[in-house]
Design a binder for this molecule. Sequence first.
Ligand code: SF4
Length: 466
Amino acid sequence: MQKLQILADSAKYDVSCSSSGASRAAGGRMGSTHTSGICHSWGADGRCISLLKVLLTNKCVYNCEYCVNRRTNDVPRESFEPDELARLTVEFYRRNYIEGLFLSSAVEVSPDYTAERILQCLELLRYKYGFMGYIHAKVIPGVSRELLHRIGLVADRLSVNVEMPSRESLAAFAPQKKVEQIFAPMKQITNTLIETKSLKGPGTMFKGQRLNDASNYLGPAGLADGTAEDSVTSALSLAKGARRKGSFAAAGQTTQMIIGAGNESDASILATSENLYRTFKMKRVYYSAYIPVVDSPILPDKSTAPPLRREHRIYQADWLLRFYGFTVSELFKSGGENLDPDLDPKVTWALRNLDEFPVEVNTASYEQLMRIPGIGHLSAKRIMRQRRFAAVRFDDLKKMGVVIKRAKYFVLCCGRYYGDRCFAPETIKNSLLQMESGLQLSMFDNDWKRIEEGERQEKLAAAGVI
Ligand code: SF4
């Protein structure tokens, strides 16, 4: 129990899955997922999967500035034996506590030593105990190619943490982790996924765009040999005629970066993500608001609140990149380097590009409709479908799922504008903020601050800082 408590607690900063360990005030009863290391992830079909999220060890030879498990931090240390953790996972599964395992680890002795033990644990789980549930395994930067391949054959998802949004921050905060040691396993995973045909070739997500045109972090210099484009292309040619052999990390790869520890702007964070999505075909980039748990002269002070609202806006902007056809350069082309913390990034973009609005919903292309605040995939499709038979009227929009309160400032219906304010960025912004203040965005004022503070206190208390 003590090991489990320490190693599950140490894993809570890793967010390469959508975690929801909600704290319940009345502890000691059943079902609380807060302290037990059980988190929730969501499958592509929306199904919720409970995962045991735990480290194999928190004994670390590295000394990353931001990390509670770093070598020089005085915290209790523990390690699981591979068989011990495999048995624990199976027993939890049998009792229906979990449906899968999220296994990460500090770097004990060396990357290969740690990876070898992770592999032992996963192979025991799969081959000795017959566990067929979901496994998400962390890949230690610097791991050998062979060990990584074998881990990929027993895990459903792999993730290598990019850790920081820029080379400079990585060098400052995690000097023992080299950019090449992070990108080499990412590249190997991508190439193997392409070879086994789990991934399509370049251009599936960012069709028509050049690789590596927006980041100073993930340029060709960041890769050990050749450009990402070369590597993907050569893997594709290898894949021609290749038969699907064993399943390798069928759920793809993800990564995580910490935001708010360094000085990167939102634009530069998202440019790094854009390149990660393009170059390595990431399923997700996860963002983790930096929680100050260690004293360091180069990090924000311990009393600094984690930038949760910023994290939220970056997740929203990330969504725009992946599903709405936006690029980072577009999002920031006519504004500063940061997102407006008070507004949804799509609204911010629309207000900064008001010359592209209002858009006539009866003639706009699907891509234009998708850029209108308040209109999503489904409503854009419904508008396109109805237009084939009859003109879309303003009253129809609500029935199609459009958020009228937001969209009305940016659309025309049959040539008519329905916004109740003059068509100017500040006026629309104020009106939207007022409107939202009665809804969830009231949280961005007092409620949000209260929640941020509550979460901060809770996380600091859990980390033993207060
Ligand atoms: S490698 Fe760095 S981030 Fe990972 S556990 Fe060790 S100190 Fe923490």
